[in-house]
Every structure is written in structure tokens, then in C-alpha cells.
Design a binder for this molecule. Sequence first.
Ligand code: 5GP
Length: 199
Amino acid sequence: MTPVTEAESGSGVTKGTLLVVSGPSGVGKSSVVRALDERMQFHFSASWTTRSRRPGEVDGVDYVFVERDEFEKSIAAGEFLEWAEYSGYLYGTPRKQVLSHIDSGENVLLDIENDGAGQVKLSYPESVLVFILPPSLAELERRLRHRGDTSESDIKKRLSVAGSQIEEAHAKFDYLVTNSEVGSVADEIVSILAAADSP
Ligand code: 5GP
């Protein structure tokens, strides 16, 4: 990807990159995101969600927690770059916030599910979409069981969702990387971004 130049942006600043990271539940996305944060500077966009706050989560940092009617008003007003329903809750990325950070030259990282990633690509084609694959479905199942916080029926549901996510990922994402080891995946994504930024 060629960086958008001063002349193209008209703002005197080279735009940052919008990186979208997705992957099935249990693939280790959060660890990869943490490892990426140690290697590069990103602005993390806090999504809006209608799900309740979990212990330890901070409103405005992990998510902006809102009621469904407020979320729906923002959808109607076109305030989301993308939004999706996941497990019965709404999740969305505020458009203005993300684009203003990119315009000011910062890289922005979105950790979102597949449908949202596709919408980001449509609205912002310069975005870089990376899908994290498990080494195998058997390994994904082992990781989900190892977490110990997921019921048997949920494990089955997540594995079935993972199967279809992986199938569609080949068409939807720019890059697919396999999470065999967190540090190597993070290094691989850094290389992808460096290559994407070279003219
Ligand atoms: P959780 O509720 O476990 O934090 O997140 C559930 C799923 O929602 C994860 O796959 C996460 O990546 C995704 N997600 C979080 N924020 C957003 C968002 O703004 N938009 C979309 N489309 N998905 C999101």
C-alpha cells in the first residue's frame, strides 16, 4: 500500500495505517494485539457495545458501554465506520474518532469480528485486514477447553462459527497468518505493515 502523501491528504501530514485484526474465538487475538503493541505504536479505538461491562473493564477504555436505543440512534445517524451484532449484542467502531487519528498520522488498530472487518474495507479500502488462523481446528478446540471458562455447548457453537469464519476469511481478508507462536505472528504483522507502507 502506498502511503497517502501530504498532497493527497491535503493536511500536511502522512496518514496513519488502519489495521484490522480478526480471528475466531480462542485463537489468541488479545495476546497477539498485546505483542503488536510492544512492537509498534497504535491508537486503540474503544468500540461501543451494548453488552454489560465485565469485571475489570473500564468504561471508555475497553469499550464505551451504551444502551441499545442509544446505539441504534448512532447507527441511524451514520456515526459508525462499521457495526455488527455478535452473540445478541451490538458492537461498533465510531467513524469520526478513527478517521481523525489516521488523518493525524497515527496507526489505528481495530480488534473486531469478520462482518465488521468487511465493512471497514468497503468504507476505507486502504485499511489492512489481517485474519489470525489457529494451527488447526483441533488446536483451537484444545485452547478453548484449556481456558476453562467456556461451557461444552458454547465450545461446540464457537467451533462451528470458527469453521465458517475461516472459510470466508480467504475471500474477505488481505492477509491470513497462523498463530503458532504469539511473538512470530506479531513479527509477521509488523512485516506486513512495513511492506504495505513501501511505495
Ligand atoms: P467481547 O464481547 O468478547 O469483548 O467481544 C466479542 C467480539 O466482538 C470479538 O470478536 C471482538 O473482536 C468483537 N468486537 C469488539 N468490538 C467490535 C466492534 O467495534 N465492531 C465489531 N464488528 N466487532 C467488535
